[in-house]
Design a protein around this ligand. Structure first.
Ligand SMILES: [Cu+2]
Length: 269
């Protein structure tokens, strides 16, 4: 296998302004700091608000703490659109990690839909998630959880693995551990956290940590729903590990479904 000297080049940086980045070339000289810096900015409302003001858009945030807050629901579909003939960037998509029988189903699991400018939730429930180390891969490759949740990393391979992150929002190294063992980490800050293995440099996973509950992963047919959305106008993002963020404005009316569709240009394997 090919050893990649800089694992951060395995995926493009998310675009903080939400425009598609599928055709933007990866800059091999881009430093890890600049990538994680961009990543960490994605989920921070302040930069979102700045971008919206700069672009002349106005959004309405519902007044917090109002006794009878009105909620709506976001429903939609994410379509993964193959771009036949588009050249692949070498090393960007380890083909052995793809289930070729159901490529769409596998790829849709790497999508997270979220309300980009959602208000922070002070009473956020925490959960546990698991990212396995199996066949020299992190499974799943993409995980979305709430801030304060714990992710465990069990090793199912008959050799040692490691877990580390140099992301701006969190830096950690869980050391090396053998089959049957697991290490875990509580993720206390919202943002994009990329994890890697020191021993197998092609291993990579992304954890999206939210400080609200307005996010979801689409079903295998691409459909999704986000419930209990306070009425208001938002930026809704569909994030994919390789192509970054695609963002659309969306108005949520109390008691109604707000429909939306995304078409993400995922290049063929
Ligand atoms: Cu490993």
């Amino acid at each position: 296998m090919v050893q990649n000297p800089n694992p951060d080049q395995l995926a493009p940086e998310p675009n903080p302004l939400g425009t598609r980045s599928a055709t933007r070339p990866t800059n091999p000289s881009k430093s890890r700091d600049s990538i994680t810096n961009m990543s960490s900015r994605v989920l921070f409302r302040r930069s979102v608000a700045t971008a919206l003001v700069a672009s002349g858009l106005v959004f309405v945030r519902p007044a917090p703490g109002r006794a009878a807050r009105a909620y709506g629901r976001i429903t939609g579909v994410v379509h993964l659109v193959a771009l036949t003939g588009t050249a692949l960037r070498s090393g960007a998509y380890p083909s052995r990690q793809v289930n070729r029988k159901t490529p769409d189903a596998a790829e849709i699991a790497n999508v997270v839909v979220f309300v980009k400018d959602a208000p922070s939730d002070p009473g956020l429930p925490t959960t546990r998630a698991s990212i396995s180390q199996r066949d020299e891969s992190f499974v799943p490759r993409v995980t979305a959880i709430t801030r304060g949740s714990t992710v465990e990393f069990p090793n199912f391979d008959p050799y040692f693995h490691n877990v580390f992150s140099l992301s701006r929002v969190m830096t950690f190294d869980l050391g090396r551990f053998r089959k049957g063992e697991k290490r875990e980490r509580t993720l206390t800050r919202a943002g994009v956290i990329k994890v890697y293995c020191h021993i197998h440099s092609e291993m990579a996973a992304t954890i999206l940590v939210f400080d609200h509950h307005l996010y979801t992963t689409p079903a295998t047919d691409g459909s999704f729903a986000i419930d209990a959305v306070p009425a208001g106008t938002y930026q809704l993002s569909a994030w994919h590990e390789r192509i970054g963020e695609t963002t659309q404005p969306l108005k949520v009316v109390a008691g109604e479904d707000a429909g939306i569709e995304f078409a993400l240009p995922v290049v063929e394997k």
